[in-house]
Design a protein around this ligand. Structure first.
Ligand code: PBG
Length: 307
């Protein structure tokens, strides 16, 4: 390939731009081998950024953050779309390919609270800001007196709303806060078993057109294989459950030696029932493990997780 310029498209938010820059640097460290001249970044506004007063599931569900960016990719206006994997629907858009993932950032969930209190020390009936049913049910599992209220917006907007006393605490991912350099706000970090993250949390995904052979080759060398194995397992659980943003499901895969461990929990639609599973497989069976756990959870829930 000669003198090709690559354009990366990403959401306009500060965090998305940091993710795009990470992807850019990673690609640049490989391009010498591929004859790429320049890697540019283009900011794209998405519906998920525009509508800030409703739950994502109410605005229109799947792909709110990714759709506009995917359209630009299909229209040849950009060459690579960078997404926070957890914001992507579990089914791939026709004509596109997502098979390159950067090494996972810290996948854990954190509490940011007034006066740096831990969850157990919050006053009775405190208000937690989250727009995710998964986080709501997981928090209530630990403290059933707490009240969860909708919060939307970027990470910094959410912290601002906490400081304006609309909430006593908010739950955010470590990866986002850390990437923005806002760690000093963190009051508590939960282990991935205390609060099982959502599938793909902390993973940056690079998507391209499925017929862009040159780029597919480059992205193959950029891809972090162990992360790839983990998210295959995690996202297969979502596929089997046919979940959307309203599905309250935590899924987390980790590698130890030649094993891949998958822990998952699924809640019924009203949050009253919890189904939990933890299984291990040989690392080259990541796909199968995800399917197995997904099917087992589906059976346990007897479709109580769906409308
Ligand atoms: N849905 C919002 C979102 N999408 C990606 C991240 C950052 C974490 C990540 O990259 O997985 C966040 C914020 C959060 O959950 O704290």
């Amino acid at each position: 390939m000669k003198n090709r310029k690559i354009i990366i498209g990403s959401r306009r938010s500060k965090l998305a731009m940091i993710y795009a820059e990470k992807a850019r640097e990673k690609i640049l460290s490989y391009v010498k081998n591929f004859g790429i001249d320049e890697v540019a970044i283009k900011e794209i506004e998405t519906k998920g950024d525009q509508v800030l007063d409703q739950r994502l599931s109410e605005v229109g569900g799947k792909g709110l953050f990714s759709k506009n960016i995917e359209v630009e990719l299909l229209d040849n206006k950009i060459d690579i779309a960078v997404h926070a994997l957890k914001d992507m629907p579990s089914e791939e858009t026709e004509g596109l390919l997502t098979s390159c993932f950067l090494e996972r950032n810290d996948p854990r969930e954190t509490l940011i609270s007034k006066n740096h209190k831990q969850l157990k020390d919050l006053s009775p009936n405190s208000i937690i800001g989250t727009s995710s049913f998964r986080r709501e049910f997981q928090i209530k599992k630990m403290r059933d007196d707490l009240d969860c209220k909708l919060i939307r917006g970027n990470v910094d907007t959410r912290i601002k709303k906490l400081n304006e006393n609309f909430y006593d605490g908010i739950i955010l991912s470590y990866a986002g806060i850390n990437s923005l350099g806002l760690n000093q706000n963190i009051s508590q970090i939960f282990s991935t078993s205390e609060i099982i993250p959502c599938a793909g949390q902390g993973v940056i995904a690079l998507q391209c057109r499925d017929n862009d052979k040159e780029l597919i080759e480059i992205l193959k060398s950029v891809n972090h294989q162990l992360t790839h194995n983990c998210i295959k397992a995690e996202r297969n659980v979502l596929k089997i459950l046919e979940g959307d943003c309203e599905t309250a499901v935590g899924v987390f895969a980790s590698i130890s030696g030649f094993k891949i461990n998958l822990e998952a929990e699924l809640f019924s639609l009203d949050g009253s029932k919890r189904f939990h599973l933890k299984l291990s497989e040989n690392i080259n069976k990541a796909n199968e493990l995800g399917i197995e756990v997904g099917k087992a959870l589906k059976k346990l829930s007897n479709n109580s997780h769906k409308k």
